[in-house]
Design a protein around this ligand. Structure first.
Ligand SMILES: [Zn+2]
Length: 490
């Protein structure tokens, strides 16, 4: 049914075929299914907010997906560090198997003995490699730990885990990976770099207006803590806005089997502003004025995320299978703390996810079964939500929906409960021992990171409290992954 759109081969994609990484040509081809997939990776999205907001009508697109498809809890693992979890989502494997343990890795060549992980450190194929092997067209935009961009059968806009020299010189903060103007290796194919970076210009030009539209103006002057939090959240909004524009363009081109996009600001604002949304839970309550300013800010960001999802759904058309997932949930944190604005940001988290709260799974469209509800949607409570599966199951499920064999070496299983039985009858699940070939592993080991300076980015991660106490010893790496745990200021 997508024949016209999907088979329309642009010059760029013709050129791409000849440039693919090794291993692509030898893989057996399997017939394409009628499904094409939009995968929205929304960091830290929490059911305690999504369900009531969907019932109130504030998340119309997610509600529509829930009512017509399957939804529930998505189990995750500790430590809830985004690079590790999102790589598990993309590979179907645990962090030891895929090799992205956290943010930083020991490297004697590096200035202070450690450097940031990057996509060349991944020890196994991700769904974008596997789909490319099988001739499927796949795009990823902003997916965690994809820098430097890989050669895939589609477009990859990497989430650059580095920073620009320009920003370093200006002393501006970079708090999380994002698209940057002068960092090589962010876009594949390279021929689309200028086009992609133009969206960064457009996003910068439109950001202030979009900010006003989504978050309104604050009725009261901002206090010092709030100024700090708001300023420290803006990078995430800018990154999401840019990725959303790029994703809309690429989805609008129509020629894909899977397009994946990452949204990060939902996590960022929740870390900073949970205390303003649930002040009664905290010993140190914000003032009434600051609660009026920021009490609804996390929910407003959820509304923004829902709008991005809706935009991409309309660009993709009604016959697209849409999957929305989060890597973990979120809840109140540091409830007994005093939140002194003089403290470093990492000590000021009032929302967090140290104990791996379940994330969300929502899917609807061709191939997806409909969850049978035993009460009206509006009467559902969090306790009614079942566990759909875990983060390892996403890639096996994508493969089944696209009629590609599942790797037996994957930890995850296809989520057959959410797939229509007729679908599974038509496309029986097949397996291969592993999608990783010796040739690909050698190729992967030979990849290099284009020259860039990651020191500033690491400094910013420290400000977020992510990498400060990260142990360097291998043994500690496995046993004490507590670098995401802020300690109380004294
Ligand atoms: Zn987080």
């Amino acid at each position: 049914m997508f024949a016209t759109l999907r088979r329309s081969t642009s010059l760029v994609s013709l050129l791409l075929v000849g440039l693919l990484a090794p291993g692509c040509s030898k893989a057996p081809k399997t017939p394409r299914t009628d499904v094409r997939i939009l995968l929205l990776a929304v960091d830290g999205l929490e059911w305690d907010l999504v369900l009531p907001m969907a019932q109130e009508g504030r998340l119309p697109h997610m509600r529509r997906l829930m009512e017509s498809g399957s939804f529930g809890l998505l189990e995750t693992f500790e430590p809830t560090l985004s690079p590790a979890i999102w790589t598990s989502v993309a590979t179907g494997k645990d962090r030891e198997s895929h090799g992205i343990l956290k943010f930083q890795v020991r490297d004697r060549q590096a200035k202070d003995g450690r450097r940031l992980y990057n996509s060349t450190d991944r020890k196994t194929k991700a769904f974008w490699n596997i789909l490319s092997d099988y001739g499927r067209r796949v795009n990823t935009i902003g997916w965690f730990m994809t820098y430097p961009a890989e050669e895939i059968n589609g477009v990859m806009v990497a989430q650059a885990n580095t920073s620009s020299r320009e920003e370093v010189q200006k002393g501006d903060g970079i708090h999380k990976p994002r698209l940057e103007r002068d960092v090589p290796g962010q876009v594949y194919p390279m021929s689309r770099t200028a086009e992609v970076l133009k969206f960064l210009d457009r996003s910068d030009a439109e950001l202030a207006a979009l900010r006003d539209e989504m978050f309104g103006t604050f009725p009261h002057p901002l206090g010092p803590a709030e100024t700090k939090f708001w300023k420290a959240s803006d990078f995430s909004f800018r990154a999401d806005s840019t990725y959303a524009m790029i994703a809309r363009k690429i989805v609008g081109e129509g020629d894909f089997d899977l397009t994946a996009m990452y949204i990060g600001g939902t996590d960022t604002v929740a870390h900073r502003f949970w205390r303003y949304m649930r002040p009664d839970k905290y010993v140190d309550r914000p003032s009434a004025e600051q609660i009026e300013n920021f009490g609804d800010i996390i929910r407003k960001y959820y509304v923004y995320a829902d709008r991005v999802i809706g935009d991409l759904m309309s660009a993709a058309g009604p016959d697209t299978t849409v999957i929305v997932i989060s890597d973990h949930g979120m809840h109140e944190h540091n409830v007994d703390n005093t939140f002194n604005p003089e403290d470093e940001l990492k000590y000021l988290k009032s929302g967090d996810h140290p104990d791996a709260p379940a994330g969300i799974f929502i899917a609807a469209g061709p191939g997806i079964a409909q969850t049978k509800l035993d009460k009206p949607f509006d009467n559902l409570t969090r306790g009614d939500l079942g566990m759909v599966g875990d983060v390892y199951d996403i890639t096996p499920t994508l493969l089944v929906l696209l009629n590609i064999p599942v790797g037996k070496d994957m930890l995850g299983q296809p989520l057959t409960r959410i797939i229509e039985p007729e679908w599974l009858a038509r496309y029986p699940i097949s397996t291969v021992a592993s999608h990783d070939t010796k040739k690909w592993l050698e190729f992967q080991a030979s990849r290099i990171v284009p020259a860039g300076d990651s020191e500033e980015y690491r400094k910013q991660l420290r400000d977020l409290g992510y990498v400060d106490d990260e142990p360097l010893d291998e043994a500690d790496d496995a046993a004490a992954p507590d670098n995401d745990k802020p300690t109380a200021p004294d």
